[in-house]
Write a new protein. Structure first.
Length: 220
């Protein structure tokens, strides 16, 4: 894409903003684990959705601004992704969405549960829930099929540049995550799909697809 967006951000540094036809994506990083935060805003209605609430609630609320926050979507239940969840939810009144298999370990009970194939609305924009089990049992990604361009996948800690998320050296968890990522992501989506992971730089499916056999062979 030639919109000037790179997705390269650092903790405490400036945000990078991508303006699609219907959706604005703001990415910035917070905390010692370089956690990415993605704020999605519907251009038509102004409604906003936050993907994860890692830490630094003040920074998150500053990004939300006066427009309010309708939804917080939790990609999974690891602690580095929810340190600011209670404070941001209390300050904004946003509903919290999570997969049922991960919901019990969140510090705040979700407002609603989402599963494979469910649609999450951000104003006039719809995003699809993709369940990717392995990093955690209820890990999810959020897929936006942009009418004006390639798809956009917010992958949480399930898919990164160079491999899938950490599965704790557990062969069963690794097979589960690789199978889900291969069948639900790579088999369904084109190479141009932009991937926004929970930490670090973005990637595309085309950049990662040739390495799938290597990932399977190495087991992580």
């Amino acid at each position: 894409m030639s919109d000037g967006y790179t997705g390269r951000v650092v903790p405490g540094g400036p945000a990078d903003v991508r303006e699609l036809d219907r959706l604005v994506i703001t990415k910035f990083s917070v905390g010692p684990h370089d956690n990415n935060v993605f704020l999605l805003r519907c251009r038509e209605t102004g409604e906003q959705l936050l993907v994860d609430a890692p830490t630094d609630a003040a920074r998150l609320l500053e990004a939300v601004g006066n427009g309010g926050l309708a939804t917080i979507l939790m990609t999974h239940n690891h602690g580095d992704h929810w340190q600011a969840l209670r404070e941001v939810a209390d300050a904004t009144g946003a509903r919290i969405l999570a997969h049922p298999l991960d919901a019990g370990k969140l510090p705040v009970p979700p407002t609603a549960l989402v599963e494979e194939g469910d649609e999450v609305r951000v104003g006039a924009c719809g995003l699809e829930v993709v369940h990717l089990a392995g990093h955690t049992p209820g890990g999810i990604a959020l897929l936006y099929r942009d009418p004006g361009g390639p798809p956009h996948l917010f992958s949480g800690d399930s898919l990164f540049p160079g491999g899938v998320g950490n599965t704790g050296d557990d062969p069963e968890r690794f097979r589960s995550l690789m199978t889900d990522v291969e069948s639900k992501v790579f088999a369904r989506l084109p190479d141009e799909t932009w991937v926004y992971p929970g930490h670090g730089n973005d990637t595309t499916l085309g950049a990662e697809r040739p390495s799938l056999p290597e990932w399977w062979a190495r087991g992580w």
